[in-house]
Design a protein around this ligand. Structure first.
Ligand SMILES: Nc1ncnc2c1ncn2[C@@H]1O[C@H](COP(=O)(O)OP(=O)(O)OP(=O)(O)O)[C@@H](O)[C@H]1O
Ligand SMILES: Cc1ncsc1CCO
Ligand SMILES: [Mg+2]
Length: 281
């Protein structure tokens, strides 16, 4: 190795060690993750959390939140199939999580697609999520607080196009902001870290983004004082599972299965050799 590459290599190794420790903590502690999520994502999200060693619970009744949310180690709110009836439950759960000192994570699906959705997402941001994870178009819409520039739930932007918007959203909201894509970008408004794991085929499976947001909730649940690190580690670990799954897959449907199997079976050598995280700031 060239002398000048050594610090980079050391930083990379450090991230990889942290990833293995974080995944091991999730497996050991099996944090309970309350997910208020869209109908499309429920199955893949619950199975992603189980494969990682966490414990998912898809509860969204307003009446159950006072009893249940304080018991959960983290909360995930995803507005993918938002309706009038669900929004009060989302807000109540966010408030209970915060009051109970639990981290909560927001997935602002298609934030720029409709006025109702954008307003709801902005109100949820006002309830101080620990982390916000979206695709490029979602983070741009949320940061600008304006409609447009999205293809429904799919992004028309590269994650790197959203970097400055992510930083300003992080500064304005106090949340860690993550933008998924070829490079997953994570920022607290100052520091920016990139994770380069994953395969493009993951975009061809619905709810991989939703599921990695739930995985972020699980990683933050076991290390709530280091939410930026936990977020980038969750994104990278999910990406590694995608890379390994792709080696066995024939297309999106078999990738979905092999990704879950790979996440479940991830071992230390695979994590240490594949994690690809670098500082971008
Ligand atoms: N070009 C790419 N190369 C590698 N990984 C990618 C690429 N695009 C997306 N991913 C990965 O795919 C997953 C989903 O990201 P994506 O940006 O598609 O989320 P999303 O649009 O919110 O998805 P959904 O709404 O369907 O849940 C993330 O883990 C991300 O890292
Ligand atoms: C396809 C779709 N529509 C609303 S939510 C969702 C899942 C991916 O975000
Ligand atoms: Mg999404």
């Amino acid at each position: 190795m060239a002398e000048e590459d050594r610090p980079k290599e050391e930083a990379q190794n450090e991230w990889a060690q942290k990833a293995w420790r974080a995944l091991s903590a999730v497996r050991r502690q099996s944090p309970l993750i309350q997910c208020i999520t869209n109908f499309v994502s429920m199955d893949l999200m619950a199975n992603t959390l189980l494969a990682a060693g966490a414990s998912p619970a898809m509860l969204h009744s307003l009446q159950e939140i006072p009893d249940f949310t304080p018991q959960a180690h983290a909360l995930l709110i995803n507005v993918g199939t938002l309706s009038d009836a669900w929004l009060p439950a989302m807000k109540s759960a966010a408030e209970f999580a915060t009051q109970s000192g639990r981290p909560w994570v927001l997935d602002p699906v298609a934030a720029g697609a409709t006025g109702f959705r954008l307003k709801a997402c902005l109100e949820l941001v006002g309830l101080r999520p620990t982390v916000i994870r979206g695709n490029g178009s979602e983070i741009i819409a949320l940061s600008k607080a304006s409609l447009g520039a999205t293809q429904g739930v799919d992004s028309i932007h590269e994650s790197v196009d959203a970097m400055e918007y992510a930083k300003s959203l992080a500064k304005a909201s106090g949340a860690i902001v993550a933008v998924s894509g070829a490079v997953d970008i994570v920022t607290d408004g100052q520091q920016v870290v990139g994770a380069r794991n994953g395969v493009a085929m993951m975009q061809r499976i619905t709810a991989t983004g939703c599921s990695v947001t739930a995985l972020i909730a699980a990683f933050v649940a076991v290390d709530p004082l280091h939410a930026l690190e936990a977020t980038v580690l969750a994104l990278s670990v999910f990406g590694v599972a995608g890379e390994m799954g792709m080696e066995m897959a024939k297309g999106p449907a078999s990738l979905r299965m092999h990704l879950i199997d790979s996440l479940y079976g991830l071992d230390q050598p695979a994590v240490l050799s594949r994690i690809n995280i670098t500082s971008l700031s």
